[in-house]
Design a protein around this ligand. Structure first.
Ligand code: ROI
Length: 172
């Protein structure tokens, strides 16, 4: 059972999909997250198409970032996100970094730095991955990422690496 705290924390979730109608997967995951008790949506980025990081023999991804306010603890939030991944047909295959219907990453949880076997926050790669940093910057103008630096500085050092913002027509 989730133990909701009276304290509200701002958190950011990275959403990614490259199988089974990725745009629909992302939209459906957004709905599932915003419908959770103890979660309120604060922001949602544009949708982006991105070439795969990792094995190239897989379709391009659709990526987005969602900002929430939550009373869930980091681990309760992680488990809840994993349940939503499962409900979207996520199968953890043998291939590392293989294609997936839905990936929900807990990117940031307040200004906390968490390193436990199940969870690393800020998320690994947050500072270098264009498909995380650009949508994150749609959600928040000014942000210090604990242990990494200011988002503006990180963006300035980040290559676009095949990232493309989807236009209104494509995202519809
Ligand atoms: N590559 C892109 N472009 N977007 C992702 O969301 C993504 N997620 C992953 C791996 C397989 C590392 N590659 C990705 O988990």
């Amino acid at each position: 059972m989730n133990s909701a705290s009276p304290l509200v924390t701002n958190a950011y979730i990275g959403l990614g999909s490259n199988l089974d109608s990725p745009i629909e997967q992302i939209k459906s995951a957004r709905l599932a997250i915003k419908s959770l008790a103890d979660v309120e949506e604060l922001s949602f980025s544009n949708l982006y198409a991105s070439t795969p990081m990792g094995p190239q023999d897989q379709p391009d991804y659709v990526n987005a970032v969602m900002g929430i306010a939550t009373r869930l603890s980091p681990l309760d939030l992680l488990h809840t996100l994993q349940a939503i991944e499962q409900a979207h047909g996520r199968v953890r295959g043998n291939q590392r970094w293989g294609a997936r219907t839905l990936d929900l990453d807990l990117l940031l949880y307040g200004d906390e730095q968490i390193a436990c076997p199940e969870l690393t926050v800020p998320h690994v790669g947050i500072a270098e991955r264009a498909f995380v940093l650009y949508p994150l910057s749609d959600c928040v103008q000014d942000l210090f990422i604990p242990g990494k630096g200011n988002i503006t500085d990180l963006l300035a050092q980040c290559q676009l690496s095949g990232l493309r913002r989807l236009n209104e027509h494509e995202s519809a």
